[in-house]
Design a protein around this ligand. Structure first.
Ligand SMILES: [Zn+2]
Length: 491
């Protein structure tokens, strides 16, 4: 054999059956059968594979739920059973299958006959003698059924070939890379790494977005960041060097910016129950001390409550004693009020003062056990891989359908459990971190509300608002008497 022909199979192992199907079902394929056959013949000629049979069906009335027999498809199966076929050559997966069950039948035939693989004319080969090949074929059928019809066939073929080569989608410049999609733009890669680390460390996407926008960091198109936008961006598989196509991952031709471990940790945090997707402005927490502040008159909780004095004026932020709960039950006196600003300023100063003692700061600095995190990530990866393996086991008859369904349920629960263990550990260690180059006061002024609350939570048990009027007392320009505010510290 010449060095250029190493890809060729010896002719005796390359008996090829061409299968073409005309369809007008939901996969959106309706290409002329003769064109499909011509395309397949050309491909077989290029590979020097002998074409031992050509099979074609007119399936134009069939939907993907159709059980109508396809005459030539059955003849194809007959030829496979008689041991005449090594390779089934098609233009694309949906030509061959309408349902996953049909593919599974074929996979089983490959165990007892000389059928070795399914080949598509756009160069994708599914080796039915290996678990990987079987797995890929199953994914291709699943995904082809979902994806087909969404984009034109020609575009799709091109995309598939590009994906296999790990090439980019094309289109706009991806954040973190130059226009070619391959060269890393270091200034933006640094932002991606920073955001990933901050998200893993427990900062909310909202706080990160506000910080980026304040610093003048812009998206690839020069716009301000939005919450959904940043969330989607940092979770892109692209950043771990993966090209995704139809649910399959291919090694990309561009360098990664994040590690797979970072990606897993972000995913765990994103999917964890503790974490809630921020909902627009309505769910925005504006009050620093909600949950910490208590009424000194009745002992009830005080909640944030805006008050508009004059129409057209912005509301004044206040805390008030909550009189009734959501069910109308009386839970407090409802008589205490305080303007929010001076109370929050007072608590901020007291908290920062506590952190001025370096011993306290060190004591409170959250410790992340990197070994523990690595173990949790590994466990998560291991369980995800096991879930993947089940599909292959089912396809290769290791598992019956009932066993598969049962095992899949267990495996999915176990993946979720591992993910939540990771998320829980991350949340615990995610509390206040003061960036190394900042004092707590600087960090306070540049960080978001969630971060400030986590700092308060580290040291403050509760804040009690004692009843009384400030009289003529003034504090920092406010009509406010700090003596009426009592901070109970955590021991
Ligand atoms: Zn009260």
């Amino acid at each position: 054999m010449s060095p250029t022909s190493t890809f060729f199979l010896p002719a005796r192992d390359a008996d090829t059956a061409i299968y073409a199907r005309l369809s007008r079902d939901r996969s959106g394929l309706s290409e002329n059968v003769n064109i499909q056959i011509a395309e397949a013949r050309d491909y077989a000629d290029e590979q020097t594979w002998p074409v031992v049979g050509v099979f074609k069906d007119n399936d134009i009335s069939a939907s993907k739920y159709s059980t109508k027999p396809r005459d030539d498809y059955d003849r194809l199966l007959g030829a496979i059973r008689r041991g005449q076929i090594n390779i089934i050559l098609i233009t694309e997966m949906p030509r061959l299958y309408r349902r996953l069950e049909e593919l599974l039948e074929l996979i089983k035939l490959a165990e007892t006959t000389k059928l070795r693989r399914i080949q598509t004319t756009d160069g994708i080969s599914y080796d039915l003698s290996t678990a990987e090949g079987i797995h890929a074929a199953i994914n291709a059928v699943n995904n082809a059924m979902l994806e087909a019809g969404r984009i034109s066939k020609r575009v799709k073929r091109k995309q598939k070939a590009r994906a296999l080569a790990g090439k980019t989608h094309g289109g706009g410049r991806p954040y973190g890379y130059e226009k070619d999609g391959v060269t890393v733009r270091e200034s933006e890669a640094a932002v991606i790494r920073e955001c990933a680390e901050r998200f893993i460390a427990g900062e909310s996407i909202r706080d990160i977005v506000m910080d980026l926008n304040t610093r003048g960091v812009r998206t690839a198109t020069g716009c301000e960041w939005r919450i959904e936008n940043l969330q989607r961006t940092i979770m892109k598989k692209r950043y771990v060097g993966v090209r995704e196509y139809e649910g399959q991952e291919y090694p990309a031709e561009w360098p990664a910016i994040l590690t797979r471990e970072q990606w897993d940790r972000m995913e765990a945090r994103r999917l964890s129950r503790q974490w809630r997707w921020p909902k627009g402005q309505t769910g925005t927490r504006k009050y620093l001390l909600t949950g910490f502040l208590y009424c000194g008159r009745c002992g009830g909780v005080m909640v944030g409550s805006g008050r508009t004095r004059q129409s057209g004026q912005p509301a004044q932020m206040r805390y008030r004693c909550r009189r009734t709960d959501n069910h109308g039950r009386v839970i407090g006196c409802g008589k205490s009020f305080r303007v929010a600003e001076p109370v929050e300023l007072l608590v901020k100063e007291a908290v920062c003062h506590v952190f001025d003692d370096p011993k306290v700061a060190v004591m409170l600095a959250p410790k992340v056990d990197e070994d523990k995190v690595r173990l949790l990530v590994q466990e998560y990866e291991r369980r995800k891989a096991k879930l993947d393996q089940l599909v292959t086991d089912y396809a290769t008859d290791v598992l019956s359908r009932d066993q598969f369904i049962q095992a899949k349920g267990i495996a999915e629960a176990s993946v979720k459990e591992a993910r939540e263990a990771l998320a829980h550990y991350q949340d615990k260690s995610a509390a206040a971190r003061v960036p190394a180059d900042q004092t707590i006061r600087e960090a306070w002024d540049t960080s978001g509300l969630e971060w400030r609350r986590s700092v308060v939570q580290l040291v403050v048990e509760k804040v009690v608002v004692r009843p009384g009027h400030p009289g003529s007392k003034r504090w920092r320009g406010y009509r406010f008497n700090p003596e009426f505010i009592e901070i109970e510290w955590k021991s």
